[in-house]
Write a protein that binds this ligand. Structure first.
Ligand code: ADP
Length: 296
């Protein structure tokens, strides 16, 4: 059985198509990064998985159930960016109070331990850093011992160290077999903490694979050359080419097989001044998800 099974999901807000015919299958135990720039449709998709938004078209199943049923059964928990915490409660009180809302909660001490906040159990929430508050939300999300944990940009605004601590706690917990899907717009975060990256742009999936596969797709090369009257369509049709940009007589070709592109340019066109550069991950992410120009 799949942990998440999305089929042909579409969600529109007025004339904005936030999610566009998106299909995705996530198996139990996978740690999946849902990566894309702001406005790509990540939150909208997660809201539909949580039953907070209703798809205009398509279906959502979570462990074989409709989202509301999966949540009622305690299969799913979410860690959102903000909200839901009372400043005057201590960390321990917050988790204990939340636990009282569940029929069969996990022991409070255990979830505090797993979220890495047992040592600050007596601290008031208002005195906790952003990272500690997120680990507190994580602790609360563990109370139902969910099979699936959904996190929407959980580390927004945290510094590097706080992010690292947060993800260490998540990864250690996930090693026990929990399915984790997190939205992020940081490629580094997806790279460091996910087994699989699903890249989304304008509501559609543009790449999906192991972290290594998406990274190697992402970290291709840019071939730059002077080509008078370049045939854009012919260049775009070469194997492994992901984008072709023309700036006057200069062509910029983003690709995975720069040898093949260079060979073509030097033998089939009047190219000169050929240069090949490795793309940074950041540039590659832009090439895959944005409309922005790739820096050469
Ligand atoms: P992401 O989480 O990837 O940043 P979102 O899912 O929040 O993206 O948004 C996708 C698109 O849908 C954006 O263009 C956003 O402006 C639009 N959108 C999201 N929620 C609403 C809403 N409640 N009303 C109108 N437009 C929305």
């Amino acid at each position: 059985m799949l942990a998440i099974d999305l089929r042909h999901l579409t969600k529109r807000y007025g004339n904005v198509t936030a999610v566009n015919d998106l299909s995705l299958a996530i198996r139990p135990g996978e740690i999946v990064a849902f990566l894309g720039p702001n406005g790509a449709g990540k939150t909208t998709t997660i809201d539909m998985i949580l039953g907070l938004a209703r798809p205009d078209e398509g279906t959502v199943q979570v462990y074989g159930r409709a989202p509301v049923d999966a949540i009622a059964l305690g299969y799913v928990s979410a860690v959102m960016q903000n909200g839901g915490l009372l400043k005057d409660f201590t960390v321990h009180e917050t988790v204990r109070y939340t636990a009282s809302l569940y029929a069969n909660p996990q022991p409070v001490s255990e979830v505090l331990e797993r979220a890495g906040i047992a040592h600050i159990a007596d601290r008031r929430v208002g005195k906790c850093s952003g990272g500690e508050q997120q680990r507190l939300r994580f602790a609360m999300s563990l109370l139902s011992n969910p099979r699936l944990l959904l996190l929407d940009e959980p580390t927004a605004g945290m510094d590097v160290e706080a992010r690292r601590e947060f993800w260490t706690a998540i990864r250690e917990d996930a090693a026990r077999g929990r399915t984790v899907m997190f939205a992020t717009h940081y490629l580094e975060e997806a790279d460091a903490y996910a087994d699989r990256i699903v890249l989304i742009r304008q509501g559609s999936i543009v790449a999906d694979g192991t972290t290594a596969a998406v990274k190697s797709m992402a970290s291709g090369r840019t071939v730059r050359a002077t080509v008078p009257n370049a045939d854009r369509a012919a260049l775009a049709a070469l194997s492994g080419v992901s984008s072709v940009e023309l700036r006057g007589d200069t062509v910029l070709i983003t690709c995975t097989d720069s040898d093949a592109v260079a060979r073509h340019l030097l033998t089939q066109t009047h190219a000169s001044d050929l240069e090949i550069t490795a793309n940074s991950l950041e540039a590659a992410f832009m090439a895959l998800t944005g409309d922005a120009e790739v820096p050469a």
